[in-house]
Design a protein around this ligand. Structure first.
Ligand code: ADP
Ligand code: MG
Length: 256
């Protein structure tokens, strides 16, 4: 008997009654345990909605979500989200932001501080435990966002354009940080991005979505070995895949 995938969506459909808008219909994907999957697609095609539904923050109109072969409904500790806008609590220190999910789980202060401290270290924020979000750069705030998501030790990490609000240099830096963290603390990852380059650099597999109502336009395996480094981005094989995905996206967004 084969083991079920880590995450499976079956026929997920979301439409908004108010606008009559179908965001996506019949979206079915399987994600293997510890696979890093990037999702790329035009603006407004439903990527955030898809992640929110998987996280249990929104409900589908049809379809199901399964984790390890079991249907799930609503939020759960097995999944955690990292948001584009960081979404930190401004009145909480970096450490207390990271400890937030643990506090929600009812963990005592000593224990949650110890765990939060470990994740602060993992994302390279030693010495900034007591800083508040407004005292941190965007890159540092997103490091807190990543630590907060990891601290609840989810099986599945959902990342919604997590580096989209950062300058290019910080973005490059955090991509490498994420790969390093992912290698020391492996997870199943669904990573939404606008950047083809980012998707190829990070992921094992790239799902290309069509414009709304989104469907899967392509499902591409990224053949590059790990660990990966910056040099990969200028290799001919990398540029070839980039060209291929660019062509797919252009084809999908051409109005016929
Ligand atoms: N609460 C809502 N009511 C009605 N329409 C919505 C709501 N939330 C999102 N939408 C619409 O759903 C579509 C998909 O949104 P979103 O998932 O944010 O797309 P993406 O993340 O791919 O840019 C958009 O056209 C958006 O306007
Ligand atoms: Mg979005």
């Amino acid at each position: 008997m084969s083991t079920p995938p880590k995450l499976r969506t079956v026929g997920l459909t979301r439409r908004y009654a108010s606008s009559g808008l179908t965001v996506f219909q019949d979206l079915s994907i399987d994600v293997a345990n510890l696979e890093f999957v990037a999702i790329i697609g035009p603006s407004g095609c439903g990527k955030s909605t898809f992640l929110r539904i998987i996280d249990g923050l929104d409900d589908p109109d049809a379809g199901t979500i399964e984790i390890d072969g079991k249907p799930v409904k609503g939020p759960g500790t097995g999944r955690a989200m990292v948001f584009q806008g960081f979404d930190l609590f401004p009145w909480r220190s970096a450490l207390d932001n990271v400890a937030f999910g643990l506090e929600m789980l009812g963990m005592n202060k000593r224990e949650r501080t110890e765990i939060a401290q470990r994740y602060i270290e993992m994302v390279g924020l030693n010495g900034f435990e007591t800083s508040y979000p407004h005292q941190l750069s965007g890159g540092m705030q997103q490091r807190v966002g990543i630590a907060r998501a990891l601290a609840v030790r989810p099986d599945i990490l959902l990342m919604d354009e997590p580096f989209g609000a950062l300058d290019l240099q910080t973005r490059d830096l955090l991509q490498d940080e994420l790969l390093r963290i992912w290698q020391t603390d492996p997870k199943t990852v669904l990573f939404v991005t606008h950047s083809i380059e980012e998707a190829i650099y990070l992921a094992d597999r790239i799902i290309v979505l069509s414009p709304r109502p989104a469907r899967i336009a392509a499902d591409i395996r990224v053949p590059f070995e790990r660990p990966r480094d910056e040099a990969l981005k200028t290799s001919s094989a990398f540029l070839e895949i980039r060209r291929e995905i660019w062509g797919l996206l252009k084809q999908e967004t051409t109005v016929s």
